[in-house]
Design a protein around this ligand. Structure first.
Ligand code: ATP
Ligand code: MG
Length: 181
């Protein structure tokens, strides 16, 4: 069964800046720059029919190109950090796009997402690192800010079946040609 998620790709010049943030937390696994992305909707391991339904529903999403920029760093997992990420500056277009991907997932027969959408680019994953090391890293690098970049398409990526992880493969690409949402 394919393991899928929809996402926005990160342009090379922004990925280069993010790559400059690699290193500096003992024991962290740093994401390869070609795998940087912003997840819109995690689908997980699904059968071919569900995957096809999700693809079809996404094809009906209307959205015009829009600009995004990355602003700030943070972590998931308070006392036991499990990821360090770059945040996305608030964007109404991105929030609307996420809502449309959520609708497409439900149309495809998947359960509704109950967690809030927190758009980010994961930079590192970790299991047993010291929370203090993450706090120190964030205090040194947290003022990270990029210039705006244009989002001109979204994609469906596959990751490694059942276990996840890169390299991610673009399975479908959807150019943003629709009217503004
Ligand atoms: P690994 O699991 O090996 O660390 P990964 O998390 O990148 O790798 P996947 O588990 O396939 O690989 O996840 C793909 C993308 O979806 C990642 O951006 C991940 O953060 C996100 N994701 C995974 N699980 C969920 C979930 N339950 N809810 C929301 N997003 C998720
Ligand atoms: Mg995962």
């Amino acid at each position: 069964m394919p393991r899928l998620f929809s996402a926005i790709e990160i342009p090379a010049e922004i990925a280069d800046r993010l790559a400059g943030l690699r290193g500096g937390i003992d024991g962290a696994r740093w994401v390869d720059p070609e795998n940087y992305h912003i997840t819109l909707r995690f689908i997980g391991d699904v059968d071919g029919t569900t995957a096809e339904r999700f693809c079809e529903a996404l094809a009906k999403v209307e959205c015009a190109p829009f600009a995004l920029n990355l602003d700030g760093l943070g972590s998931f997992g308070r006392g036991r950090p499990r990821a360090v990420w770059a945040g996305v500056a608030p964007s109404g277009e991105l929030a609307a796009l996420n809502r449309n991907h959520e609708k497409a997932a439900v149309l495809a027969g998947l359960g509704a997402e109950t967690r809030n959408f927190h758009p980010h680019v994961t930079l590192a994953r970790m299991k047993r690192v010291r929370a203090q090391d993450v706090a120190t890293y964030l205090s040194h690098n947290g003022a990270f800010l990029t210039s705006a970049f244009e989002v001109t398409r979204f994609v469906i990526y596959s990751s490694r079946a059942s276990r996840g992880g890169g390299p991610y493969v673009v399975e479908r690409a959807y150019p943003l040609t629709g009217r503004a949402i």
